[in-house]
Design a protein around this ligand. Structure first.
Ligand code: BG6
Length: 494
């Protein structure tokens, strides 16, 4: 496979995986279940330990009980095996640590002593404000071996300056080859398939340009609200939480030039060129080309939900956005003139992540269509809830007079592969353990993404551009429809 040529179920080297933030939401919901699945695939060697480190007072047995209650429920029952789970728990240890107290690292040192030849991963699933404390802490305690790696969860900082500072601090103690900056979207099968589709098939390349493509839409909609993450989220907002990373990564993979090989730097060199070619949105342009939203209460089939400001952890005058839509443009020969509409939001109608590539219409139509409408060819790349690729083409229906009808060529990955879909983190964690950086962001990529995002955030502040309310269960504020309809397009709907 393109991203990890050596990704198989064969075991990784013996390791210590030290998970800072081990009791946190992400660890419990995604990281530990991902490790469980890799354990079930016999990919974790017997001498592979998972040391969960956090502030709560408990011992390893109590932590395993906590996992039993909190983590097990996030593993699909069809793929759960009790004996395997018990064996998995045996490799999990817990360490109570205050990461800001240097003397506490001695406890970690005790656990790691004598295991210097093992791969050592420091996985930071904590607030970015703690990154430096931890990397300095493990460094001063003498825990960084040549076999050590550090993996960091996004967001990496809250603007370019703070991200650069974190990167400088990291570079002071780790070599760039030891640093793995995570964007879990890059671990999703369909995102990697996007590269396979583009660069493994000669078919698309001649079409993949402004002469053939009219517009592109990328949507990451979630039905969940911010719930227990209110405090973090209110300091962050959708632009930093989703656009700076996941949406821009999808955009970049969709639009980059073909890399010369799958070598990590060959791929990342092409990705960064797109980030640098994004036309800056600055000042008034930001107000023209972006929409901010904040969800209000609303109803789903499963019941009613409260609004963002009803969350106890959110100040009731908060102006943090839970929705963003924007129009981006790439200044390059390939993409000049093609608008890219990006949108993401919480508490939207349903969980749905998709990329819609709209092709240009036929230059001269000799046929009528059955419904009198003539929509162009369209490629739909869906990541969630199902992973599928669909292509809309026109045919003449059997028996009809010559009137065209749209039909879809469907590729449903579930049908094709008929196996459990991996959690994105399974691949990413194994790649960290193996030291394969291709699916991780390089320092300059992170910085370039912030360089594009910062002026948007600044203009919102400068012009006091407040988010517009939208009903939970809807597809965001109506201004998001106007953003795209003024150019003669509309958001894709089924
Ligand atoms: C995370 C964001 O990076 O991605 C969350 O911090 C968001 O706010 C999540 O819910 C969405 O990920 P996925 O894989 O469920 O689309």
């Amino acid at each position: 496979m393109i991203a990890s040529a050596d990704f198989t179920d064969s075991p990784v080297e013996p390791f210590d995986f030290i998970l800072f933030g081990g009791t946190g939401d992400l660890s419990v919901r995604k990281l530990l279940p991902a490790l469980y699945f890799r354990h079930c695939a016999d990919q974790l060697p017997e001498d592979g330990r998972i040391i969960c480190a956090a502030r709560s007072e408990m011992d390893s047995d109590e932590f395993r009980k906590f996992l039993e209650e909190e983590s097990k429920q996030h593993i699909d029952a069809d793929h759960f095996d009790d004996a395997q789970w018990q064996a998995f728990l045996d490799r999990v240890l817990y360490l109570k640590i205050d990461v800001t107290d240097q003397s506490d690292y001695a406890k970690l040192k005790d656990l790691l002593d004598g295991r210097e030849s093992h791969v050592r991963v420091f996985y930071l699933s904590v607030a970015p404000s703690l990154f430096t404390a931890i990397t300095d802490g493990v460094n001063e305690a003498g825990l960084i071996t040549p076999q050590s790696r550090v993996a960091l969860e996004k967001p990496l900082g809250r603007d370019q300056e703070s991200a650069d500072k974190i990167n400088d601090d990291l570079a002071a103690v780790f070599d760039e080859t030891q640093i793995f900056r995570i964007d879990h979207y890059l671990g999703k099968e369909t995102v990697q398939n996007l590269m396979a589709l583009r660069f493994g098939n000669a078919l698309f390349e001649p079409l993949w340009r402004n002469e053939r493509i009219s517009d592109v839409q990328i949507t990451i909609a979630e039905s969940l609200g911010v719930d227990s993450r209110g405090r973090f989220y209110d300091q962050t907002g959708a632009l930093r939480d989703m656009v700076q990373n996941h949406l821009l990564q999808l955009l970049v993979i969709l639009t980059m030039e073909p890399p010369v090989s799958v070598d990590p730097d060959a791929v990342r060199d092409e990705k960064i060129k797109v980030l640098r070619a994004l036309k800056p949105l600055v000042g008034r342009d930001v107000i023209e080309n972006t929409v901010r939203g904040q969800y209000k209460g609303g109803a789903y089939e499963s019941g009613t939900v409260p609004g963002y400001l009803d969350n106890d952890d959110i100040p009731n005058d908060s102006t943090t956005e839970t929705f963003v839509a924007l129009k981006a443009e790439i200044g390059s020969w390939r993409w000049e003139g093609v608008p890219f509409y990006l949108r993401t939001g919480k508490r939207m109608e349903q969980k749905q992540t998709e990329i819609i590539v709209n092709f240009k219409k036929v230059p001269h139509s000799i046929f009528e269509t059955a419904d009198g409408l003539s929509e162009p060819n369209q490629l739909i790349i869906r990541l969630q809830p199902n992973e599928e690729i669909r292509m809309r083409i026109y045919v003449k229906a059997w028996g009809d007079e010559i009137k065209l009808r749209p039909v879809h060529l469907n590729l449903d990955f579930n049908d094709v592969f008929q196996k459990r879909r991996m959690i994105a983190y399974e691949r990413l964690i194994v790649d960290v353990l193996r030291g394969n950086p291709v699916l991780f962001m390089r320092r300059d990529e992170v910085s370039a993404a912030w360089a594009w995002i910062d002026p948007i955030q600044q203009a919102w502040q400068q012009f006091q551009y407040k988010p517009k309310g939208y009903r939970s269960g809807s597809m965001g504020p109506s201004a998001a429809s106007s953003l795209i309809s003024r150019d003669g397009f509309s958001w894709y709907e089924e």
